[in-house]
Design a protein around this ligand. Structure first.
Ligand code: HEM
Length: 575
């Protein structure tokens, strides 16, 4: 059997940035794993990733007749390539190639997981009262899968959707993320694909590469994301909104004072008020507009937008995880879903049009920068995507943070001291939050224990070895951040709320165990905006109030984000 070699571009690029020669590449062959060492001299005459591939190929061919490959810088190893890759900071660069399986790489069929039934597959497990798996409690389902089957679990036979692989190993998450190709495919809602690319293709397909980033893949995603990333992720893109976002937070403080009852507690629908704050803040960022959400009433544009975003998220979980009957006929839930998306589209577009009418280039903003860099349609579709995913995520993260802080007076006091020391009685200005590490650590700790998105994933664009199994192209790999974030394997005293763990690198064991905003080319486009909004909001609340919680502890559930289940009756006492 001839030697097999293929160098993955992403791994080489990473290696080139991080390491210097000698490069060491493990090549998997039918006879075992061959380690190829490439020295600086050998690379100096050639350059680029192809050079390394060529050199390795030449060396392997030359070694075919020799009994001892080490003479020419080769060595045989039986070590599993997956585990040898763990040493992230060493010189060794390991490239895994699996055109031929070796005994150390197990097959897809061998991946452990719940057995699908004939005809019903595993979908029946999500049938209420029968199957035992609940969409609302996928967190608990994932915890029990980890306990029962180990670090890598196959969920096969889900009717109408590809097989899934749940990964609970941070090292493997890192390896898969780092070897992503140029257009990573995040398994995204087929129902939203259908909306963007079939039902409303007149709008989203009207211009080339103009369908946005959510539920868009391949070259079209890549072209759009490149235009938007340059603007949205540029230095200072978020910080320029500090004062305006702080104004919105001040309005929210007033709103809390207005809506508290005689016990100084917030009403049962406090989460809806937080949604309004989130929408108002995002309106500023995505549309240059104060939407007036705190004055909104049933039937107003802002309340329609809030309701529509909420309906969108509620339906999407159900449409995606249960049997997709909507593919055969438009179910009642699918109709609600489409109506919600139509509302989001029409309200967003009307605001974009208004905002663009007002655009006079006199002051810089994300919207204006996007219009100048990429045109009106890109700006409008970006706003729409931001509204789809930027409201519920941020508001549920804030709700969860307030709830967690309300039962921890000592954490509030430490935050208060930190904020007071930095601000010394003045208003917030750009850059202040960077002087508040404990504030940032508190938000990180909440998102570790209760990530609003409990698992993020990729649909494999090529066969890949994960946890020692060959996982076929097309599988949806879900990285289980909620389970890893709550595991003692990665965080000492994982169940304890200890923000200070984020202040020293040595006190957490793997940076990929908690990734609330994802990673790599497809990571959250709004991360900096979300963090700015959350930090400023928490900062203002802690400056103004002490928070307490005097009711039964709240369980968390997926609804549709991971969020406390029950009325958020927090007591806000003036300082
Ligand atoms: C606490 C708040 C938020 C959390 C936890 C969050 C989390 C995430 C996660 C996990 C992803 C997937 C990343 C990946 O696949 O690697 C994502 C994608 C995305 N997020 Fe966020 N997000 C938040 C707020 C926001 C906000 C406020 C915006 C808009 C201003 C936003 C815009 C986006 C967009 C556009 C994408 C898709 C990126 C792409 O596919 O290219 N997010 N977010």
């Amino acid at each position: 059997m001839g030697n097999v070699f293929s160098c993955r571009a992403a791994v080489w690029k990473h290696a080139k940035k991080a390491d210097t020669p000698p490069y060491i590449i493990d090549v998997v062959q039918s006879v075992g794993i061959t380690r190829v060492q490439i020295t600086k001299n050998e690379t100096s005459s050639k350059c680029g990733e192809m050079a390394v591939e060529e050199i390795a190929r030449e060396k392997l061919t030359a070694s075919a007749d020799k009994p001892d490959g080490s003479e020419i810088g080769l060595s045989r190893s039986s070590q599993c390539p997956v585990h040898s890759h763990r040493s992230r900071s060493t010189h060794a660069v390991t490239t895994s190639v699996f055109e031929n399986l070796t005994p150390s790489v197990k097959s897809w069929e061998e991946v452990p997981g719940p057995k699908p039934l004939p005809l019903l597959g595993n979908t029946w497990r999500f049938i209420p009262h029968i199957g035992g798996y609940s969409v609302e409690h996928v967190d608990k389902v994932c915890m029990s899968l980890r306990r029962e089957y180990g670090k890598c679990v196959k969920i096969a036979g889900l009717l109408g959707r590809p097989d899934m692989l749940f990964v609970f190993d941070a090292g493997e998450v890192e390896r898969v993320f780092r070897s992503e190709d140029a257009a990573p495919h995040r398994p995204s809602m087929p129902s939203l694909n259908y909306y963007k690319h079939t039902l409303r293709k007149d709008f989203f397909g009207a211009e080339k590469d103009c369908a946005g980033v959510i539920a868009v893949h391949g070259d079209s995603w890549s072209a759009f994301r490149t235009k938007v990333s340059r603007v949205a992720l540029s230095a200072g893109a978020a910080a320029q909104y500090t004062e305006q976002v702080a104004d919105v937070a001040d309005c929210f403080i007033k709103r809390i004072q207005e809506i508290r009852d005689e016990n100084l507690e917030t009403p049962d629908d406090f989460l809806n008020e937080i949604h309004k704050w989130s929408l108002e803040s995002l309106g500023l960022i995505a549309l240059d507009t104060r939407l007036g959400c705190f004055q909104s009433h049933e039937g107003s544009d802002s309340q329609r937008l809030i309701n529509a975003v909420h309906t969108f998220f509620l339906c999407v979980g159900e449409l995606e995880l249960r049997t997709p009957w909507w593919r055969i006929y438009p179910t009642a839930m699918f109709k609600r879903y489409v109506a919600a998306l139509d509302t989001i589209l029409s309200v967003t577009l009307s605001h974009v049009e208004r905002a663009l009418d007002k655009c006079d280039n006199s002051n810089k903003s994300l919207l204006q920068d996007l219009v100048s860099a990429a045109g009106t349609r890109v700006a409008a579709v970006t706003s729409l995507d931001m509204f789809l995913v930027g409201i519920d995520t941020t508001s549920n993260a804030v709700a969860s943070t307030l709830y967690q802080l309300s039962s921890r007076p000592e954490v509030q006091e430490r935050l208060y001291d930190e904020i007071s020391n930095v601000l010394q009685g003045r208003q917030l200005k750009p850059g202040d939050v960077n002087q508040m590490p404990y504030l940032k650590a508190c938000v990180k700790e909440v998102l570790r224990l209760y990530p609003v998105v409990i698992g993020n994933g990729r649909q494999l664009t090529k066969d890949t070895v994960i946890c020692g199994y060959k996982i076929p192209k097309g599988t949806q790999v879900i990285f289980q951040h909620y389970v890893m974030g709550n595991s003692d394997e990665y965080f000492a005293e994982a169940q304890q709320f200890l923000p200070e763990r984020w202040l020293q690198k040595s006190s957490y064991k793997h940076p990929f165990a908690s990734l609330p905003f994802g990673f790599g080319r497809r990571m959250c486009l709004g991360r900096r905006f979300a963090e700015l909004e959350m930090h400023i909001m928490i900062c203002k609340i802690v400056q103004n109030f002490k928070m307490e919680y005097h009711h039964e502890p709240l369980d968390y559930h997926i609804h549709p984000m991971y969020t406390p289940n029950g009325p958020l009756k927090i007591k806000f006492i003036e300082r």
